[in-house]
Design a protein around this ligand. Structure first.
Ligand code: SF4
Ligand code: SF4
Ligand code: SF4
Length: 194
């Protein structure tokens, strides 16, 4: 990829709200930014960004804005997740679903949402087997600077999580490789003439 393309992707990504909800049909804001930059996605697929977000993308790209495509969802005022702790069974499914690591908890223990870090993506709702996560409205509008600061925090947490998951996947592959090698070695040793 050229430097110019990488720079454009970064700029596009910086204009996205970093909710990391996947409503645009991509697995996060960065993959959506990449798709816009390569011309495989339209600029009107991000419901959390709303009309302002589309206008910013259009301005950057020097094209005309268009209305949000309703096939990808509707713009909603900001919300955060809240866990009804008395009903939580500590299954950790919400933690696995949260794209920005905004949920604290461990197996068989109560879980809680760090509301300052929750992007309101709603991805933790469906996996909860006891329906004890609800979305609550956030009172008071954020200034553009506050919105940007929050988006940058979510972006960092999303990136840190991606690095952590990639390391876990590498470690799992390495364990499987070592197990396979140990198994092959044991087989050869068993078959050697005494
Ligand atoms: S906020 Fe959601 S819909 Fe918008 S770009 Fe990010 S992942 Fe896609
Ligand atoms: S706590 Fe739930 S709604 Fe909030 S960011 Fe995590 S998955 Fe999304
Ligand atoms: S998915 Fe629901 S029950 Fe499971 S840990 Fe999260 S909040 Fe608790």
């Amino acid at each position: 990829m050229t430097q110019a393309k990488t720079f454009m992707i970064e700029q596009l990504n910086n204009l996205l709200p970093q909710t990391q909800c996947g409503q645009c049909s991509f697995k996060g804001c960065l993959p959506y930014a990449e798709a816009i930059a390569t011309g495989t996605a339209e600029i009107n697929q991000c419901p959390p960004g709303g009309d302002d977000g589309i206008a910013a993308l259009a301005h950057l790209l020097g094209v005309s804005p268009k209305p949000l495509n309703p096939a990808f969802g509707e713009y909603k005022p900001k919300q955060v997740a809240f866990i009804i702790e008395k009903d939580c069974i500590g299954c950790v499914k919400c933690i696995a679903a949260c794209p920005v690591d905004a949920i604290l908890g461990a197996a068989k223990l109560l879980h809680t949402v760090i509301s300052d870090e929750c992007t309101g993506c709603e991805l933790c709702i469906a996996p909860c087997p006891v329906d004890c996560i609800v979305m609550l409205p956030v009172s008071g509008a954020l200034s553009p600077t506050e919105k940007h600061t929050k988006a940058q925090l979510a972006k960092r947490r999303y990136e840190q999580r991606a690095v952590r998951l990639a390391k876990l996947a590498d470690a799992k592959l390495e364990r499987a490789r070592l197990q396979k090698a140990a198994f092959a070695h044991a087989k050869v040793t068993r078959n050697e003439p005494q």
